[in-house]
Design a binder for this molecule. Structure first.
Ligand code: DGL
Length: 268
């Protein structure tokens, strides 16, 4: 048993989808979230910058005595996970490996689509890991950078979002994918629209849920879950207080943001 909190971080508020999934599966774990709202987005930044930011945030989470660090951001998982895994004194979880495993279980035809930020798709990490584990897999990956602002605007069913998605999904439809990996913190909110556009037969891999399940299994196996002590709080730290963060954050978290504090993680 380990009563220390779990530390979760993301480029902004989108990673609250991972917090929500963790809180649902592991209500007895205290969760500490850091959203780097002062420096969001990560999706179009370089690997070096994202790795530096991720190190700074992890150092902050370690000051909170976390027992593990969970990289909720797909772009940071793509670029910084290996470095954090080598450097941090606690276990580090990302969203990619659990998503890859879930996609391989879900796909019948071995035709998988991936949508994510420019950084995530250009890193080629999902594509590489899928191919390593299933060499005959057919992968269609598409960067979909317009989706994050639309989701933050709460345009989840808006005709503009529908039209943009139609355009983005065109090559994935042509490739006749049967499984789509939602390789971005924000995309779980688009599930209803994606299902209506792609049909109910498509398997959607939600990287927030798959990551949360993986964390639960791994901690349970290692005997590191917290002892039952009732529902634990979610503490949210942000590096800036953007306009509408409260309302947007609560949509991602699907519950009230109880305590939000601003912190500097870059030593300035
Ligand atoms: N959190 C990012 C991700 O999952 C999306 C937002 C951003 O570009 O920072 O890749």
């Amino acid at each position: 048993m380990d009563q220390r909190p779990l530390g979760i971080f993301d480029s902004g508020i989108g990673g609250l989808t991972v917090v929500r999934a963790l809180h649902e599966l592991l209500p007895g774990e205290k969760l500490i979230y850091l959203g780097d709202t002062a420096r969001v987005p990560y999706g179009n930044k370089s690997a070096d910058t994202i790795t530096r930011y991720s190190r700074e945030i992890s150092a902050f989470l370690l000051t909170q005595n976390v027992k593990a660090v969970i990289v909720a951001c797909n772009t940071a998982s793509a670029y910084a996970l290996a470095a954090l895994g080598r450097e941090l004194p606690v276990p580090v979880f990302g969203v990619i490996e659990p998503g890859v495993s879930a996609a391989l279980v879900a796909t019948r035809a071995h035709r998988v689509g991936i949508i994510g930020t420019i950084g995530t798709i250009n890193s080629g990490v999902y594509q590489r890991r899928l191919r390593q584990r299933q060499p005959d897999i057919d992968i269609t990956a598409r960067a979909t950078p317009l989706l994050v602002p639309l989701i933050e605007e709460d345009w989840l069913e808006h005709p503009a979002t529908r039209a943009i998605l139609e355009e983005y999904l065109q090559p994935l439809r042509l490739a006749r994918i049967d499984t789509l990996v939602l390789a971005c913190t924000h995309y779980p909110l688009l599930k209803p629209l994606l299902l209506s556009l792609l049909g109910r037969d498509i398997a959607l891999v939600d990287s927030a849920e798959t990551c949360a399940r993986f964390v639960r299994e791994t901690l349970a196996q290692a005997g590191r879950l917290a002892a039952a002590d009732g529902e634990q709080p979610v503490d949210v730290y942000l590096t800036d207080l953007p306009v509408h963060f409260q309302e947007a954050g609560e949509r991602f978290l699907r519950q009230g943001l109880r305590k939000v504090e601003v912190v500097a993680v870059d030593g300035k």
